[in-house]
Design a protein around this ligand. Structure first.
Ligand SMILES: Nc1ncnc2c1ncn2[C@@H]1O[C@H](COP(=O)(O)OP(=O)(O)OP(=O)(O)O)[C@@H](O)[C@H]1O
Length: 364
């Protein structure tokens, strides 16, 4: 199968600020309909990467291409940028109604009145703003203003949308609701997107691929499960919280409890999720217990699996034990436990964790 076409590409791009290199990306391609999350500490170059993809920054070296053609200066750059939209942390709304704000980009692009009206109505609806259409943009809550900002940017139906932490300082339910509407809109319209986020859950839920940045470089770029479970170095691991993340499908539901098929195994968890949902199960290493005897014989623990130890790594005060239970699992144990249970690579043990210790994230 041929991969989807590349929309924006960076080749050998270097950016300097005040004579100091702040971005060095030998190669990066954003593909059609791809949703990429960008993670990294403050100052690692995330915003610089987004601005570079829009060809808005002077480069010390390299090329930015849009659909295979270099974005230079002049008309072609303007044309390429008309196909892209950027949403910043703070919504900068015009001092007019919500409806006029959403229409502003469409008018700038010379859309006819009837199509503008149709598009505005559609995007107000998509972002749950229809009842606020006539409200002044000055009289909106923080969450409503973010919704207007997104509706305005996406109503022009760009091919690529750059989202620079558009949900910071929103409460969790508002953030989740806006994220859901945003994702639906992006997927329905077939846009490609890059989201800068500090939220691991958000990155997992939304992304086809996660990029991790450090010191102006992309240090890892892969599908979420690989980045989360197999970070290339300790820096990436520390950015991501080092949970075990396994992908599965909800196969059974009984009240709040559900059975999630992970390969040939079933993990029992509590939380929201419907039959057939694809989910990630996130399990913190400190919640995993290792036993030499089957814990189901002596306790009511719901998740217990025969496991083989495939690695033991010293982490300073404790040890990290990597297990293969038919899916990968990581446990933290003290040096005393390691010695008492004689844990070593190759040993067969049992790994267990409580159903309530799993954080379930629905994919998409
Ligand atoms: N206008 C500027 N002048 C000089 N240096 C700058 C300028 N803008 C950014 N930088 C530097 O470039 C580097 C990358 O900044 P950038 O804003 O891309 O990081 P970031 O990962 O987006 O950070 P944050 O998470 O804080 O938004 C930082 O070291 C920053 O200090």
């Amino acid at each position: 199968m041929t991969p989807p076409a590349c929309v924006v590409e960076l080749r050998g791009v270097k950016v300097e600020r005040g004579g100091v290199g702040v971005l060095d990306v030998p190669s990066f391609q954003l593909r059609e309909r791809e949703f990429v999350s960008l993670i990294g500490p403050n100052g690692s170059g995330k915003t610089t990467l987004l601005l570079s993809m829009l060809a808005l920054l002077d480069r010390a070296a390299g090329q930015v291409l849009y659909r295979g053609a270099e974005i230079g200066a002049g008309r072609d750059a303007v044309e390429a940028r008309r196909r892209m939209a950027m949403v910043l942390q703070e919504p900068l709304l015009f001092d007019t109604t919500v409806q006029d704000n959403v229409a502003s980009g469409l008018r700038l692009r010379g859309l006819g009145r009837r199509e503008t009206r149709r598009r505005v109505a559609e995007y107000l609806e998509r972002f749950r703003l229809s009842d606020l259409a006539q409200r002044s943009a000055r009289k909106l809550s923080g969450g409503e203003a973010r919704r207007v900002n997104l509706a305005r940017a996406l109503a022009v139906e760009p091919e690529v949308v750059f989202l620079d932490e558009p949900f910071t300082s929103l409460d969790l339910p508002t953030r989740q609701s806006i994220t859901g509407d945003l994702e639906r809109t992006i997927r329905d319209a077939g846009m490609a997107a890059i989201l800068v986020t500090h939220d691991q859950t958000e990155a997992l839920r939304l992304s086809d691929r996660i990029l991790v940045m450090d010191g102006g470089r992309i240090v890892q770029s892969d599908v979420p499960s690989v980045v989360m479970n197999d970070p290339v170095n300790a820096f990436v691991a520390s950015c991501l919280g080092m949970e075990t993340i396994v992908e599965g499908v909800v196969r059974r539901r009984d009240g709040w409890e559900m059975g999630i098929a992970v390969g040939a195994q079933e993990i029992v968890a509590v939380g929201e999720g419907s039959l057939g949902d694809r989910v990630y199960c996130c399990i913190r290493p400190e919640n995993v217990i290792i036993d030499v005897a089957d814990p189901r014989l002596t306790s009511s623990v719901r998740n217990a699996f025969p496991a083989r130890i495939v690695g033991v790594v010293s982490m300073g005060p404790h040890l990290e034990v990597k297990l293969d239970c038919g899916f990968p699992l990581v446990a933290h144990v003290t040096r005393e436990s390691l010695a008492a249970l004689a844990l070593a690579e190759g040993k067969d043990v049992f790994a267990s964790f409580k159903a309530t210790a799993i954080h379930v994230i629905r994919k998409g």
